[in-house]
Ligand binder design. Structure first.
Ligand code: COI
Length: 599
């Protein structure tokens, strides 16, 4: 059995045959069973979650044979019981090497206690954790601070936000976070006892405020809440977070249909999914996945010879593994990171929310449009000043310096005479461009012809790099064309905006010029290449075809095959595109993703 486990770990974690042999040798050194304590909220409103986690741990242990003595304790649904459960574990004949705990309130209570008692701590189902001790607790749940960014991107569209949250550190902390993000829009924030079944009072307070959205910081209780809210006449959109996806919600779909929530993007094809479904006849939720990964990774950490909390922590720190949660990376604090997305209940089923793809693309487009718009506004103001003080000389230089200082994306700012020769520039380090004739550059030709603002495509600059040039005409007080004022950016300009990306959604955003040149891609090797002509793309005719379609129409969707993110193997990617069209120059902004990352 143990061999099967080691082999399975090999499959899951990519351990080499040599690694397997080493793990087996190390196993022999552990002939005394290691104790692992597991504190789950059995006697609580979260009982279904606790049972799911226990079932998942049973599958993980089945693979690991009898290597571990796993002792369960009931943490109920509160801090006091969780602490008692931990103390009971300490009194065992063999103190646990590690304790796994569920629930933010439990994680917060045990975090310090575990460190003080030299017990390694793994927190699962704990989005809120106030870390006071370093290098001791590892957590498999994404922190609220990351999830909240995604939730906020959806909540932005609403005007009157009401919050109904379970009264514990998970719900209260989330409620505070939303209030903090939307101080003007939050019209009610009402806690509830997680054991309660009657929400008449709380819902009356909420209804009174006439919200257009109700955020339910709940797990399975959301089913009753949604039913009672709809029956009370609350018609607002329901929104939730990770724990809300519980099977119960589908039993009352007539009330929960339309619920939108943030949820991890996990690996639906991991062998654990099938093993769980075979054993329990139901698909595992994220709670089971965290529990399974907690035990399988802990087992690997122990099998690597770590017998101290610090050794175990160090095994996790900075590690990336592929498990039931998908590809997970632990940061230096011991917190797991993995992508999240939006899901929704449609026709009584949990679905990946289709609206997120055009929404993310549109938000990114608006962000870029706004930045370009502000830069052109700055140019217009500078142009007005230069119209008075002239396009060169001390006063003109001051205008250019101000423009440069106000534009974070500017590499330099310059004035041009009516022919297209640079006559002044800032900052001082680029004074070597003064006197250079740029009248041949396409955007200058256009500006001279139209006397209107222009944005270049990617150009080879005299400064020595590939960049983008924003030009605004200057007219004298009498209305005569005096030349132009410019902001030059580096090639990274669009990339720097795109990169502050789509807060943790498993999508890629890239950009292409009309002529096929790639302006930005997550894979930096592709930036600057031409989709229509570069040999990198020759074997991907569908991608070239889609590129040609993009060059023809301003928006659309489709799919293509290309290399995955690591440029290792081919994958089918779905794509949506839109167009940034500024002063006649078009850039096609593309959002692409792999369907399997949205399961
Ligand atoms: C959390 O605290 O992050 C949880 O998901 C707790 C859960 C048992 C509702």
């Amino acid at each position: 059995m143990k061999n099967i486990f080691v082999l399975l770990l090999g499959m899951i974690f990519g351990v080499t045959p040599l690694g397997v042999a080493a793990a087996q040798a190390k196993d022999k050194a552990f002939d005394k069973k290691v104790t692992i304590g597991v504190i789950l909220p059995f006697s609580s409103a979260f009982r279904g979650i606790a049972e799911e986690q226990k079932n998942a741990i049973a599958i993980a242990l089945e693979k690991s044979g009898s290597d571990y003595r796993v002792i369960y304790r009931d943490g109920h649904g509160d801090t006091e019981h969780a602490v008692k459960a931990f103390e009971a574990l300490l009194k065992l004949e063999q103190k646990p090497l590690a304790v796994i705990s569920c629930g933010s309130w439990t994680a917060n209570a045990l975090h310090l206690l575990a460190a003080e008692n030299d017990v390694f701590h793994i927190a699962i189902a704990s989005a809120v954790l106030d870390r006071t001790v370093k290098q001791h607790t590892v957590r498999l749940t994404l922190d609220v601070k990351k999830e909240e960014k995604q939730l906020a991107m959806y909540l932005e569209r609403f005007q009157r936000i009401a919050i109904l949250n379970m009264d514990n550190s998970y719900g209260n902390n989330w409620a505070k976070t939303i209030q903090h993000n939307f101080p003007q829009k939050t019209v009610a924030s009402v806690p509830y006892d997680p054991m309660s079944k009657d929400f008449t009072q709380q819902l009356a307070v909420i209804k009174e405020k006439n919200p257009d959205v109700v955020v339910l910081l709940s797990a399975g209780t959301a089913a009753i809440i949604a039913q009672q809210a709809r029956q009370a006449g609350i018609t607002a959109q329901f929104v939730g977070t990770r724990p809300i996806q519980r099977p119960k919600l589908l039993d009352v779909a007539e009330y929960t249909n339309g619920l939108v929530y943030t949820y991890p993007s996990y690996n639906a094809n991991h062998p654990f999914s099938h093993a769980y479904e075979r054993a329990y006849n139901i698909a595992p939720t994220i709670f089971a996945r965290e529990a399974y990964d907690a035990v399988t990774t802990l087992s690997q950490a122990i099998n690597s010879g770590n017998t101290s909390p610090r050794g175990l922590f160090d095994w996790y720190r900075g590690r990336t593994y592929a498990g039931a949660l998908g590809e997970v990376t632990f940061d230096d604090n011991g917190d797991a990171t993995y992508p999240y997305m939006y899901k929704e209940i449609v026709d009584g089923e949990f679905h990946v929310a289709g609206f997120q793809f055009p929404m993310l693309l549109q938000q990114k487009k608006e962000e870029i449009d706004q930045i370009l718009h502000k830069m052109f506004e700055g140019l217009e103001v500078a142009g007005d000043k230069l119209s008075v003080v002239g396009i060169k000389g001390e006063a003109a230089t001051r205008v250019l310096q101000e423009l440069y200082a106000a534009n974070a994306h500017a590499f330099d700012c310059a004035t041009f005479d009516p022919k297209g020769v640079v006559v002044d520039a800032a900052p001082e380090k680029v004074s070597y461009i003064i006197g250079v004739d740029l009248s041949h550059q396409e955007q200058i030709v256009r500006l001279k012809k139209t006397h209107k603002p222009v944005l270049s495509t990617a150009i080879d600059t005299i400064e020595g790099f590939v960049g983008f040039d924003l030009q605004h005409p200057i007219f004298s007080q009498k209305g005569e064309f005096m030349g132009s004022v410019s902001i030059l950016t580096e090639l990274e300009f669009f990339g720097s905006v795109i990169k502050q990306n789509a807060a943790n959604f498993p999508v890629e955003i890239w950009m292409m010029q009309k002529d096929g040149r790639i302006i930005y891609d997550t894979n930096s090797e592709e930036i600057g290449k031409n989709l229509f002509t570069d040999t990198l793309y020759t074997d991907y005719p569908l991608l070239i075809q889609v590129g040609r379609e993009m060059a023809q129409s301003k928006q659309g969707k489709g799919h293509y095959t290309f290399l995955n993110k690591k440029l290792k193997s081919n994958v089918r990617k779905e794509l949506w595109w839109t167009t940034i069209d500024v002063h006649g120059t078009e850039f096609h902004l593309v959002l692409s993703y792999v369907k399997d990352d949205f399961e």
